[in-house]
Design a protein around this ligand. Structure first.
Ligand code: 4AD
Ligand code: MG
Length: 479
């Protein structure tokens, strides 16, 4: 048996140097009897007067590694600060576990305490905190099982998105975050300025003099990378963006953030049917990727957060999405006999109660609605021959409602200029966008997937504030 020694945090010539093994890997090891090093945060410590069991977690996997500590060797006093939340560095012998629920454990030979967590003030003592409380400690919540699972999956989904497009010859195209145009024409934008708000320069007409501002013009945080993304597609053929987008809507719902991430593919020589095919294939790929690569986290979320999660994920992968027109969808809603909070009629912007009725009650599967009334959709969408509807499509998902919104784009210069005019948009503000229709214009289509809406779906979490590490919502930009 090797000499056992103890170290306090800060000892420089401290413990025996052994290369760290992540707990995800340590749990797979079979070289029993050999010494390994693990580091992590204490989830719990329990035991009796002879022996102490620490459940150690380092974030690499949902599971903990059990550290067995002989109390006589280390001494009660030394072990006292090893409480829930403390960070420790452990050398020990890998042994086959006697207990249930784990294959291996570590018999500690040396322990260093990196950082203590006072049990009286560390907030994550017991399980069962409310999601609302955990939002108030967003700086610590990644240390819970639930949030570590969600954020690991966020990573895997991001990777899967890049892999999906890379494998299919799409190029990742970086669109600006600060822009001068309002892509969605929605007007709900955050302004970007360096003007002194206590002493704003004014023009002769007593309006804000943006010529004095940093960019010599008015600018805002982007609501979508689409308009610039289209310029990429008109040169590289198939592109996608994946970046933060911002909306200053005062929407306090479980599905809206003021800062969210969006994936926007844009494809030249594609129509709205190609667009719907891509959207369906993409979503199925992502869900299958989660099932294949996030097994342990999904099993945890399925048992602790949403008992029908895995069933729902399999259902999406195994079934075709239903496609129908907005007009047909509204007819179904009108004939449903349901009392909706918001009235439904042709021309109404559907709300999530309508969307969820179609998906959850009527078709019982994901739905792609297309050919929406022109007035309720953005200026850039291609007008149909009926002059009333546009080639838009929204993908509607169970529990979420709209997860994707997209369209074929108006590629005809004159028609686009007319639409811009109808919407009251100043054509000078998007001169470059209009110009793309003068030089080698071509049919093209694309869509936007809200990344956090996808995360809601694949994790079974109920509130969009709980699938992004530091949510931004009205009246809340802490952390
Ligand atoms: O439907 P939207 O507004 O479409 C666009 O922005 C287009 N430019 C996309 C395109 O064609 N390239 O937004 C797209 C998606 C929605 O379907 C939804 O999933 C998500 O973005 N989204 C939000 N997610 C969280 N919080 C918000 N406030 C969101 N607004 C939209
Ligand atoms: Mg939309």
């Amino acid at each position: 048996m090797k000499n056992k020694s103890l170290f306090q945090s800060g000892d420089l010539d401290g413990m025996k140097q052994i290369k760290r093994t992540k707990i995800s890997e340590a749990l797979q090891l079979k070289n029993f009897g050999e010494e390994v090093n693990v580091k992590g945060w204490v989830r719990t410590r329990r035991g009796n007067k002879n022996i102490s069991f620490v459940a150690l977690n380092d974030g690499s996997i949902i599971h903990n590694l059990q550290i067995v500590i002989d109390i006589e060797t280390f001494g009660e006093e030394f072990l006292k600060p090893i409480t829930t939340g403390a960070s420790i560095n452990v050398n020990g012998i890998l042994v086959e576990s006697q207990g249930k629920g784990q294959a291996v454990e570590i018999q500690a030979t040396e322990i260093e305490i990196y950082g203590t967590a006072d049990p009286l003030t560390y907030p994550l003592q017991k399980k069962g905190h409310s999601m609302e409380f955990l939002r108030e400690i967003a700086h610590l919540r990644p240390r819970t099982n639930t949030f570590s699972a969600v954020f690991r999956m966020r990573h895997h989904m991001s990777y899967a998105i890049h892999k999906y497009y890379n494998d299919r010859g799409f190029f990742y195209f970086h669109t600006p975050i600060i822009t001068g145009s309002d892509a969605e024409g929605a007007g709900s934008m955050f302004e970007v300025t360096t003007l002194n708000l206590n002493n704003v320069p004014k023009t002769k007409e007593d309006e804000v003099d943006f010529s004095k501002d940093f960019f010599s013009r008015q600018t805002n945080l982007t609501v979508s990378g689409q308009l610039e993304g289209e310029m990429g597609a008109m040169a590289l053929g198939s592109i996608y963006t994946f970046g933060p987008t911002f909306r200053a809507e005062n929407s306090n719902t479980p599905r809206h953030l003021a800062e969210f991430w969006m994936i926007e593919p844009e494809v030249a020589f594609a129509d709205n049917n190609d667009n719907m095919d891509l959207a369906e294939d993409f979503l199925k790929y992502l869900v299958q990727y989660a099932l294949d690569n996030c097994k342990e986290d999904l099993e945890f979320l399925n048992s602790m957060i949403d008992k029908t999660l895995l069933e729902r994920l399999h259902f999406v992968v195994d079934n075709n999405f239903v496609r129908l027109s907005y007009t047909e969808g509204v007819k179904i809603l009108e004939e449903s006999g349901q009392q909706f909070e918001y009235p439904v009629y042709w021309g109404a912007d559907l709300s999530s109660e309508h969307e969820r009725y179609l998906v959850e009650k009527h078709f019982k599967c994901p739905v792609i609605l297309n050919d929406y009334p022109a007035e309720i959709k953005a200026f850039y969408m291609k007008l149909n021959e009926d002059n009333k509807t546009v080639r838009a499509m929204d993908v509607l998902f169970p529990k979420i409602g709209e997860i994707i919104g997209g369209s074929e784009r108006e590629s005809d210069y004159d028609k686009l200029v007319k639409r811009v005019d109808d919407f009251g948009i100043n054509p000078d503000s998007i001169w470059w966008y209009l110009e793309s229709r003068k030089f080698g214009t071509a049919p093209h289509a694309g869509f936007g997937l809200g990344f956090e809406r996808l995360m809601l779906f694949v994790t079974g979490m109920a509130n969009i504030r709980d699938v992004i590490p530091f949510p931004r919502t009205p009246h809340n930009a802490d952390f």
